[in-house]
Design a protein around this ligand. Structure first.
Ligand SMILES: [Cu+2]
Length: 144
């Protein structure tokens, strides 16, 4: 993310980047709402996905998956993996295993290899055997 103050002629670009950031935040917020796209573990499990940096760019991205139950208690001991796919055909997906950095917080480091639109797939199995399956759009990944 650019911290330097941009001259006026970059304002269009900055606006575009801000909109992309907003989209990513909306996607993450959507993922945090129970039942939004939850297909397997049911609406009882909250799967909140956040991705940094924002705006996303080529290189190492950190994907954090926060799993909690309806009382907001962290769901520990899950196995979580992350896959990144681009929206166009002919590209190898990228994969990363997430490790539990804090109780219920699973962190994966994913190498985004090309600018453009990506879809992040989060899959896993809770300690009690239920599956989780979540998809988050990551549009407009910038060159590295
Ligand atoms: Cu590609």
């Amino acid at each position: 993310m650019q911290l330097r103050v941009a001259p006026a002629r970059e304002s269009d670009l900055r606006g575009l980047m801000a909109r992309r950031w907003l989209l990513a935040l909306v996607a993450a917020a959507c993922a945090a709402v129970t039942g939004c796209h939850n297909t397997t573990a049911g609406p009882a499990v909250s799967v909140a996905v956040s991705i940094i940096p924002q705006p996303p760019r080529v290189g190492a991205s950190t994907v954090t998956v926060k799993l909690s139950d309806p009382s907001a208690k962290p769901l520990t001991g899950a196995r979580v993996s992350v896959e990144g796919d681009m929206s166009h055909p002919g590209m190898e997906p990228v994969f990363a295993k997430a490790s539990e950095a804090e109780p219920g917080n699973y962190v994966a480091h994913l190498q985004l290899t090309m600018p453009g639109d990506w879809v992040i797939l989060v899959q896993g199995r809770l300690a009690d055997g239920r599956r989780i399956d979540r998809q988050v759009d990551l549009k407009g990944v910038l060159p590295g």
